[in-house]
Design a protein around this ligand. Structure first.
Ligand code: C5P
Length: 223
C-alpha cells in the first residue's frame, strides 16, 4: 500500500541482542537475530516516519533511506543511545533483547584455562533501558515494549506494562513453534490496559504491520 499514516513522526526502535564483554575475545550474548526490530523499522519508514534504529550486533542490512541506524554492542551503549534519541521521538519501540547482566569486570587479556579448575564470573545487573525511558516519557509520547516469556506469560507481561510505563506490550512466547528468536515468523499477542488481542502466526514483516497499525491508533489524538 501507499500508506503514509506515520508522515512527520519520529520513531526510535531498539533491536537485536547485546554483547557483554568478558575478555577481549569472549562475551555473554543471546540468540536475538534483530529481525523483528528491523522489520518494524522498515515498516515505520515505509509509512512515512523518520526512524532511528539502535541496533545491537546483528547480521542485517537496513534498506530504507529514512532509517538512521546506530550500531551498538553492549547494554550500556544501547542505554546511552536510547536516552539520547527518545526525548525527541513520538514513540519508542523496545524490541531489543537487552542483557540483564554483565560481567562486573572485563579482563584486559584473554582469560587462560588453569588446569581443571572452573571459573566464576561475577555479574552485575545492567540498566533497564525500558524502565528508564518509561520514567522520562512525556505526554504525547508512546513507549512500546516486548516480552518473551517461558512461563506465566500474561501475568509477567502485565507487570512489565506497569513497571516500565509502556502503552502496550507485544508478547511472544517461546512455547509457540515458529515464534520468537531467529525465526522469520512470529506469533504475538498485544496487551494494553484494556485487554489482550491474539494474532495468528505470520511472517515478521506482516507482524510488523499489525504492530504499527496498533501504534498508529495510539498516536491519534482521540484514542
Ligand atoms: O523485563 P524484560 O527484560 O523481560 O522486559 C522486556 C522489555 O524491556 C523489552 O521491551 C526490552 O527491550 C526491554 N528491556 C530494556 N532494557 C533492559 C531489559 C529489557 O529496554 N535492560
Amino acid at each position: 500500500s501507499t500508506n503514509s499514516d506515520l508522515q512527520g513522526k519520529k520513531i526510535m526502535i531498539t533491536a537485536g541482542p547485546t554483547y557483554e564483554k568478558i575478555d577481549p575475545v569472549r562475551f555473554i550474548g543471546n540468540y536475538s537475530s534483530g529481525k523483528m526490530g528491523f522489520a518494524l523499522a522498515e515498516e515505520c519508514a515505509r509509512r512515512g516516519a523518520k526512524v532511528t534504529l539502535i541496533a545491537g550486533p546483528v547480521q542485517l542490512k537496513t534498506q530504507h533511506s529514512d532509517i538512521h541506524r546506530i550500531d551498538v554492542e553492549s547494554a550500556q551503549e544501547m542505554f546511552v543511545a536510547a536516552q539520547m534519541y527518545y526525548p525527541d521521538s513520538d514513540a519508542g519501540i523496545l524490541c531489543a533483547a537487552v542483557a540483564d547482566f554483565r560481567p562486573e569486570t572485563v579482563a584486559d587479556k584473554k582469560i587462560k584455562r588453569e588446569k581443571e579448575e572452573g571459573l566464576t564470573l561475577q555479574l552485575r545487573a545492567t540498566q533497564d533501558i525500558a524502565a528508564n525511558l518509561g520514567s522520562l516519557k512525556q505526554k504525547g509520547q508512546l513507549l512500546i515494549g516486548f516480552a518473551l516469556e517461558t512461563n506465566n506469560e500474561q501475568q509477567n507481561a502485565e507487570g512489565k506494562l506497569e513497571r516500565k510505563n509502556f502503552d502496550f506490550i507485544v508478547m511472544n512466547s517461546l512455547n509457540d513453534s515458529g515464534a520468537g528468536f531467529r525465526h522469520d515468523t512470529n506469533k504475538i499477542s498485544i496487551i494494553d490496559r484494556k485487554g489482550r488481542i491474539d494474532y495468528p502466526l505470520k511472517p515478521k514483516t506482516e507482524v510488523a504491520q499489525d504492530i504499527v497499525d496498533r501504534l498508529v491508533l495510539s498516536l491519534s489524538p482521540n484514542s
